[in-house]
Write a protein of this length. Structure first.
Length: 170
């Protein structure tokens, strides 16, 4: 049996990851609306990855005999002032998700729940990548975003991103 507090946090994370997917779908939607289709593609794939994350938590709970409680997903409430704003919002959101993963890890550590700690290891590493990706996008937009030709190239680079399934298999 998994620890009750760890289960509650893992269950909450299913919802948080679906919210992340919803937020990135909204960002993709925003970039489509200003004709930056490469950025829209990048965030559409990001939304797919977040759905995968949600399903990994979901599957982990089921595999441990826990029935998942599905809760309402919040409406993405951000209004983006310009093409840079969603990138700052992404970094801020990923840092928040990192704090959530750390909280679950701390609860699992406290409960000597080594199985959940091992499961969460993948997410600890993944959050490092997510924050780096967000920082890289901000840096590229700062460098190239104000020049039309450079922005066109950056948009083309992001258009080339393709979906790949998560490396963690349960
Ligand atoms: Fe599910 Fe963007 O981390």
């Amino acid at each position: 049996m998994l620890n009750e507090k760890v289960v509650a946090l893992l269950n909450q994370q299913v919802n948080k990851e679906f919210y992340s997917a919803y937020l990135y779908l909204e960002i993709s939607n925003f970039y489509d609306s200003i004709s930056l289709d490469g950025f829209a593609n990048w965030f559409m794939i990001q939304a797919q990855e977040e759905r995968d994350h949600a399903m990994l938590f979901y599957r982990y709970l089921l595999n441990n005999g826990i029935k998942v409680q599905l809760e309402a997903i919040d409406k993405p409430d951000k209004v983006f002032a310009d093409k840079k704003a969603p990138l700052a919002a992404t970094l801020e959101h990923e840092m928040y998700v990192t704090s959530l993963i750390n909280d679950i890890y701390a609860a699992a550590y406290e409960a000597r729940d080594f199985r959940s700690m091992q499961f969460l290891d993948w997410f600890v590493k993944e959050q490092g990548e997510e924050e780096k990706n967000a920082n890289d996008l901000i840096a590229k937009m700062e460098l190239f975003g104000d020049d039309a030709k450079s922005l066109y190239m950056l948009n083309s680079e992001l258009a080339a991103r393709v979906y790949s399934a998560p490396s963690l298999v349960l």
